[in-house]
Design a binder for this molecule. Sequence first.
Ligand SMILES: CC(C)(COP(=O)(O)OP(=O)(O)OC[C@H]1O[C@@H](n2cnc3c(N)ncnc32)[C@H](O)[C@@H]1OP(=O)(O)O)[C@@H](O)C(=O)NCCC(=O)NCCS
Length: 334
Amino acid sequence: MLGRRVPVEIASVRTPDGRLIRTLRVSMDDALGRTLPDVRREVETLEGFYEGFVERCRSMAVAIERQAAQRRSNRADPRLYQTLGALIDAVLTDNEHSMFFITGLAAWLRRDLGLSASAWRKLLQAGRAYRRKPGGPGARHGRRDTPPDPKHIRFRSLRRPDLLLMYRWLNTPVVARWWRPAPRALEEVTATYLPCIEGKRPVDEAKRPVDCYIILHGQTPIGYIQPYRVKDHADFWAAFGVDQDAAGVDLFIGEPEYLHRGLGRHILTRFVRDVLFAAADVSCCLIDPDPENRIAIRAFEKAGFRYVKTFESKEYGLHYLMRLDRSDLPPRSA
Ligand SMILES: CC(C)(COP(=O)(O)OP(=O)(O)OC[C@H]1O[C@@H](n2cnc3c(N)ncnc32)[C@H](O)[C@@H]1OP(=O)(O)O)[C@@H](O)C(=O)NCCC(=O)NCCS
């Protein structure tokens, strides 16, 4: 019958011994115009990061249940519920994937979180309303007009479940504007960072980071930072007369509610002191934003970096090279 949404099975995921883990079904309307290899590719990508995403959602759902039990009512703090809804809503609406992807993700997630259709709808509605509210998900971390306390900045290694987060961050307008190279599609993000997580291959051949780190504010992942050694990229840097024993760093704050709130310089100072200069043979630290990136330049100046020169590379265009020596590091209390 015309207009009827007929469910079609498009992919099943099985264990190596053939046990069915889950089946992805979509409606016939969504299936029209797609070739099977397209669909398979998308499903494989989905499978690659899905576990990590579910893990995050599930731990939030557990926190909601625990809170509700503690309060001896059926209600947890509504902000927690809204945050979970906002997280799911952001992924379902912000990505560039087809309806296949979104329908599949939504169906699996609802099932794996054990939600009824109406509970799922309510969760998404709460999340969507919360995302639209002035100040957005910032309410989760206290009042929007209270700047985040730099005392809570920490770093940890990038992990597989963070790929989805990286994907979301790299697609925010501010990061997409200034981060080079800028993988956007989930496949590109995975191809760029997964080998680094698994220790197999550099993130990018020209400026290979030693490691990849997530920036945390308390327990909340808020951005990404990567150190590299100039000597590991001698070919790239030699042309610009940079010291071979220098280290470099690139970073972005991906969570919009932590951006442009004064954290950047503290993140940089902390990272440079605790990670880069922890290696005795590092003489100085470099950073090379785009010359038009005035906010970054200002934040880096506040962290003690000084302008060296502007140069152009064929890979990234113009670099506004800045440098910080050990002796320039602000005192620990700063
Ligand atoms: C670069 C970055 C880490 C800086 O961190 P931040 O916490 O946002 O920076 P700050 O809040 O400390 O702001 C830096 C300066 O820019 C100013 N600034 C903030 N927003 C601004 C705006 N919209 N327009 C003009 N100046 C602005 C601030 O006032 C501050 O200067 P001040 O302290 O003298 O007033 C962060 O903005 C970021 O991740 N940007 C996207 C990715 C990126 O550019 N990475 C750098 C690649 S090397």
